[in-house]
Design a protein around this ligand. Structure first.
Ligand code: GDP
Ligand code: MG
Length: 443
């Protein structure tokens, strides 16, 4: 989605005059990008219509930057499309425990997301706990147990009790007594939206009176998320939505906008299978990230301008369009630590922002980068420049680097793992294509 909109805007930026014709072409491109991302046709038509009626380049007074005006209008429209204009319930720390119930079809990612959600809030200072009220699927409790243990979250469930309401009530009581302030109830799903499931959701929410019911939906179903969200809202008081599997799905834009069309606020998006892969969803930053990627090149260029002459430019400016090696990662860390502009760019990269620049955790992120740089200082050039370092880094190499840097083996392994994750996040951005476009324009 981002790629298409970005391309359209940058084509428009390249046009010498931003007149009506350029605007029409640009909007055609933007609407194609939205449709390709599976956004509902009605929404796209409405959005484009609104931009057209609010922005008329030829009538803008002289001195107004026309491209900026178009950019702003598209930004506002995309925000409007994704923003239900309602604030969701947010748990608060204190005496009264918050009860949150997860609902959704089987396989949508409830159990995984429950654990991510618990871990996220524990990082914010909550004392979370997980309750498994899924008695439908064999092995459901084991799966929750496994996820909870991985994230070190207390859990409750039963192998023998078959009534989900009883388990939920017992679990909630248990954790209330243990002074947990965020009790998360995982429920069962079915393959299809069927009466038995909705009846169970209704009974559960009536008995447990949750403060918030979160509907979990898989991004890959695209527009079908609209009907599903409506169906669940009918049987349980759904107050917020989490869209999972946003990593690598072209239909992500479709699922997001479809959910938004039901006027339900999306609070998080799931971006991977691991516990930290959950990102708070805010419409504006999301849309600016979506539209801002095209400026990546421009910002990197600008960055070149602000680097003082006596600095070693090569060391400071990572080439994100080539292979992502450990050396690139080290350059990236260095630049984040030294200057603003590139730091801003890097904060747009989904995998990176969550790991190193999370709000309120900047210090820890910085410390982590510093630790990794110490480790990398003990690595050989070959290791740093190797395309897929995990395959090169044998145990003996890891031991050598750990000794050399005075860091535990675990830190070296963690750094390699982190490198892999960032490389994966970067591989999903249209960076290579951007580089190719730039080259073809030069030749
Ligand atoms: P449930 O049936 O709704 O409880 O779904 P699960 O939590 O068991 O998840 C189903 C599958 O989706 C599991 O293999 C998860 O690892 C995977 N999954 C969940 N969330 C995400 C996500 O955000 N990204 C990816 N790639 N996989 C996910
Ligand atoms: Mg489950």
């Amino acid at each position: 989605l981002g790629e298409g909109i970005t391309a359209a805007l940058s084509r428009m930026c390249r046009a010498t005059v931003a007149d009506d014709a350029a605007l029409t072409t640009c909007l055609d491109d933007v609407s194609r990008a939205l449709l390709r991302a599976d956004v509902r046709f009605e929404s796209v038509r409405a959005a484009i219509h609104n931009v057209k009626s609010t922005t008329n380049p030829s009538t803008l007074p002289p001195g107004v930057d026309r491209r900026r005006a178009v950019h702003k209008a598209i930004f506002a429209e995309l925000c409007h499309m994704l923003d239900p204009g309602k604030l969701p319930f947010t748990p608060t720390k204190g005496n009264k425990p918050n009860v949150v119930m997860f609902v959704g079809l089987q396989g949508s990612g409830k159990t995984t997301t429950c654990a991510k959600h618990a871990a996220y809030h524990r990082r914010k200072g909550f004392a979370p706990a997980l309750v498994c009220a899924d008695t439908f699927r064999a092995g459901a409790f084991d799966q929750l147990k496994q996820n909870a243990s991985k994230a070190k979250i207390p859990f409750y469930g039963s192998y023998t009790e078959s009534d989900p309401v009883k388990i939920a009530m017992k679990g909630i009581d248990t954790f209330k007594n243990e002074r947990c302030d965020l009790i998360i109830v995982d429920t069962s799903g079915r393959h299809r939206q069927e009466d038995a499931l909705f009846e169970e959701m209704r009974q559960l929410s009536e008995a447990t009176k949750p403060d918030l019911v979160i509907f979990v939906v898989d991004a890959s179903i695209g527009q079908a998320a609209f009907d599903q969200a409506l169906a669940f809202k009918k049987s349980a008081p759904v107050g917020a939505v989490i869209v999972t599997k946003m990593d690598g799905h072209a239909k992500g834009g479709g699922a997001l906008s479809a959910v938004a069309a039901t006027r339900s606020p999306v609070i998080f998006i799931g971006t991977g299978e691991h516990i930290p892969d959950l990102e708070p969803f805010d419409v504006k930053p999301f849309v600016s990230r979506l539209m801002g990627m095209g400026d990546l090149r421009g910002l990197v260029d600008k960055f070149n301008d602000v680097v003082p002459d006596d600095e070693d430019n090569d060391e400071l400016v990572p080439d994100l369009t080539g292979d992502f090696t450990l050396k690139t990662m080290r350059q990236m860390f260095k630049s984040v630590q030294r200057v603003g502009p590139l730091g801003q760019v890097l904060s747009m990269i989904p995998g990176l922002s969550a790991r190193f620049m999370e709000k309120g955790k900047e210090k820890e992120g910085q410390a982590k980068m510093k630790r990794y740089m110490t480790i990398m200082a003990s690595m050989t050039r070959k290791e740093l420049e190797f395309t897929n370092p995990s395959t090169l880094m044998t145990e003996s190499r890891i031991v050598r680097v750990a000794r050399g840097s005075g860091r535990p083996l675990r830190d070296v392994a963690e750094m390699l793992e982190e490198h892999k994750r960032i490389a994966k996040a970067l591989s999903k951005l249209p960076l290579k294509k951007l580089a190719n476009n730039n080259n073809s324009r030069e030749t």
